[in-house]
Structure formats: structure tokens, C-alpha cells
Write a protein that binds this ligand. Structure first.
Ligand code: SAM
Ligand code: SF4
Length: 327
């Protein structure tokens, strides 16, 4: 089916990032404040039926790709069941998951069976003590989760590392070696000023161009591409299958090719990670709108998509945390 979702700037929207919860079992300091508990009330969470209905509508409008995210998506009960329902929808060809992997060892096989093909795992350090400082969690669970995902045949497995000055920037080479050893794709991410947490962490911002230059001294990096690679610019480590992506929202933004919107757990469509433009679907869903009206509402929402984020120009703009929108 032809994609019917084209925004006012001619960008085709064919990808939904679906936040199934704003809760998380970690507290990465750049994402969620320690002790934070002000979560969306369960009555406001879209139910699995409501989520399925919205994603079906997107599928009928031409969306091909859905990513389960959060907060930590595996905190939402019965996530593999939701995966199974979404991957069976007409038009949805690619269902993926972003996770911190803390609970992945238990669920990897069920997710794979449920139609999740590939996963992204947040991992900022390979040092247990440092992992605890950054996330308040246990590294060993994440490593177990990663190995279970590999054993379950989830592929590719991409590691997302937010590179921060004086926090973990001394580990970029070690992370490349780790990914070569396990056949994982590695993506470095620049810290974004999303919420107070992200803004505070901006002091540790590292321009990834400098990381790339440093890696080139040790590894032979050849320019490469990654199918479905999104905003990351990829290189390949010569002589290996390992790809390294650089996600550079600050130093080189990629808004002109943005193809996505985000649906939060309370049924709000956010048009941009770095702007407040949004459209609330939950009140309409609960007022009993028809499927056609739902599709009209989604078409209208897409016209609200702003031209670009303004992380550099207006770093104080986005109040909500990354975990609320669905990162
Ligand atoms: N809990 C899952 C996880 O950690 O992968 C999914 C949600 S998390 C919000 C998605 C991604 O957002 C993670 O890779 C995380 O590192 C990234 N993230 C969160 N806050 C960020 C910030 N201020 N700047 C850059 N990336 C951030
Ligand atoms: Fe949780 Fe992911 Fe945010 Fe870390 S980045 S606090 S794992 S939602």
C-alpha cells in the first residue's frame, strides 16, 4: 500500500516508535532523575486493544515499521503478546525493540517468536561499578540479556552507547572490541538536552566527530550503509562484519530525512523528540471514533510535524524526559 502520510515538508512518515510504558527499572542519569516516580496513571495507558487499533490504522495508511520502546518496554506485562498482535497486522513488516536488556534473558525467545526481528540495547559501559553509577542497575543482567538475545536469533543486535565526557568516553575502543567479539552493531549517540536530566548531562556532551577521528587511529573504518539504519551514519570495521553508527543530533542534525513519529503510553502522538508539537489520540479513541475518523486524525496530526528540532538553538525547550516520549 502506498504511504499516505506525507508531512508539510514532503517527508514520508513510515515509522512509529511506540512507547508501551513510561516506567523503567533503571535510572540512567541523563534520562530519568533518581527516585523519579511521577508516572502516567494506569487508566491513561493505552490498552493492548487500543494500541493495536492505532497501529492497524497506521499500517493501513502505509506505515511499515514499528519499534517498541519506553521507558523500559519489558516492564510492561505481556509485551511478547503485544508483539505478536502487532507483527500480525497488515502492512507492518518490521517490528523491533529498544531495551535496556535487564529483563531480556527471560523474554528474548518469546519476543522472537512473537515477531520481533531485531533489537537495540542501551549499554554505556562495560565496567560493573560504572554501570551502577550511570544507571543504578547491574551490568551482569544486561550481558545475560544480550547473550540470550543472540541465542534466540534476534538479529541484528545493536548496542546504543551515549558517549559522555569524563563518564565513559575512555571506553569507546573497548566497546568496539566487545562488538567485534560478539558480532553486534555499535551506535554512538550524542547526549540530547531532553528534560532536565538531559540538559544537565549536556555538560558531558561529546561531539562524535572527535570520537570517530580517535577510532580511526586504531581501527580501519570504511564508509558503509546499514539497511534501515535510520539517522545513524555508518562505517564498517575493515576485515569484520561489524558496523559502527554515529547518531549526531547535535553536531550534524538529520531532520530533513526524519521519517518517524512517536506514540506515548497515554496515546499522545509526538511529532518530534525535540519539540512539543503533539496530538492526543486517547480522548478520541475513548469517545468511540470510527476507524475512518481515526485515520483522519492521524493524517491531521502528521501535518503538525515541525521542520526540525532546535536542540542547539533552544536547549531549554523540551520539558518532558526522553522516557516519557519513547526514545
Ligand atoms: N529503556 C530503553 C533503552 O534504554 O534502550 C528504551 C528507551 S530509552 C529512552 C531509548 C534511548 O534513549 C536509549 O538508547 C538511551 O540511551 C537514549 N537516551 C535517553 N536519554 C537521552 C539523552 N538525554 N540524550 C541521548 N540519548 C538519550
Ligand atoms: Fe530507562 Fe532507557 Fe531511560 Fe535508561 S535510557 S532510564 S534504561 S528508559
Amino acid at each position: 500500500m502506498k504511504n499516505q502520510l506525507v508531512d508539510n515538508f514532503g517527508r514520508s512518515i513510515e515509522y512509529v516508535r511506540l512507547s508501551v510504558t513510561d516506567q523503567c527499572d533503571l535510572r540512567c542519569f541523563y534520562c530519568m532523575p533518581k527516585g523519579f516516580k511521577d508516572f502516567e496513571t494506569p487508566e491513561h495507558w493505552l490498552t493492548f486493544d487500543e494500541i493495536e487499533r492505532v497501529i492497524r490504522a497506521f499500517g493501513e495508511l502505509g506505515t511499515r515499521r514499528v519499534r517498541l520502546t519506553g521507558g523500559e518496554p519489558l516492564v510492561r506485562k505481556q509485551l511478547p503478546e503485544l508483539a505478536e498482535r502487532l507483527s500480525a497486522l497488515p502492512g507492518i513488516e518490521d517490528l523491533s525493540l529498544s531495551t535496556n536488556a535487564v529483563r531480556l534473558a527471560k523474554h528474548a525467545q518469546a519476543l522472537k517468536t512473537g515477531g520481533v526481528s531485531r533489537i537495540n540495547v542501551s549499554l554505556d559501559t562495560l565496567k560493573p561499578e560504572r554501570f551502577k553509577e550511570i544507571t543504578s542497575g547491574k551490568l551482569e543482567k544486561v550481558i545475560d540479556g544480550l547473550m540470550a538475545a543472540k541465542a534466540a536469533g534476534l538479529s541484528p543486535i545493536k548496542i546504543n552507547m551515549v558517549v559522555m565526557k569524563g563518564v565513559n568516553d575512555d571506553e569507546v575502543e573497548d566497546m568496539v572490541e566487545f562488538c567485534i567479539e560478539h558480532g553486534f552493531t555499535l551506535r554512538f549517540i550524542e547526549t540530547m538536552p531532553v528534560g532536565d536530566t538531559g540538559r544537565n548531562a549536556s555538560d558531558q556532551y561529546v561531539d562524535l566527530q572527535t570520537v570517530k577521528a580517535r577510532l580511526q587511529q586504531r581501527f580501519d573504518l570504511v564508509p558503509g550503509v546499514m539497511p534501515g539504519g535510520g539517522p545513524a551514519r555508518y562505517c564498517q570495521v575493515a576485515g569484520t562484519d561489524v558496523k559502527i553508527g554515529f547518531i549526531t543530533p547535535i553536531s550534524q542534525h538529520f531532520c530533513e530525512t526524519c521519517n518517524r513519529v512517536r506514540l506515548s503510553v497515554d496515546g499522545t502522538l509526538y511529532m518530534c523528540l525535540g519539540q512539543e508539537h503533539n496530538f492526543e489520540l486517547r480522548p478520541l479513541l475513548r469517545a468511540g471514533i470510527s476507524d475512518e475518523e481515526l485515520k483522519d486524525a492521524i493524517r491531521h496530526a502528521i501535518t503538525l510535524k515541525p521542520h526540525k528540532h532546535e536542540f542547539k538553538e533552544k536547549p531549554d525547550q523540551v520539558i518532558r524526559f526522553m522516557s516519557m516520549t519513547g526514545g
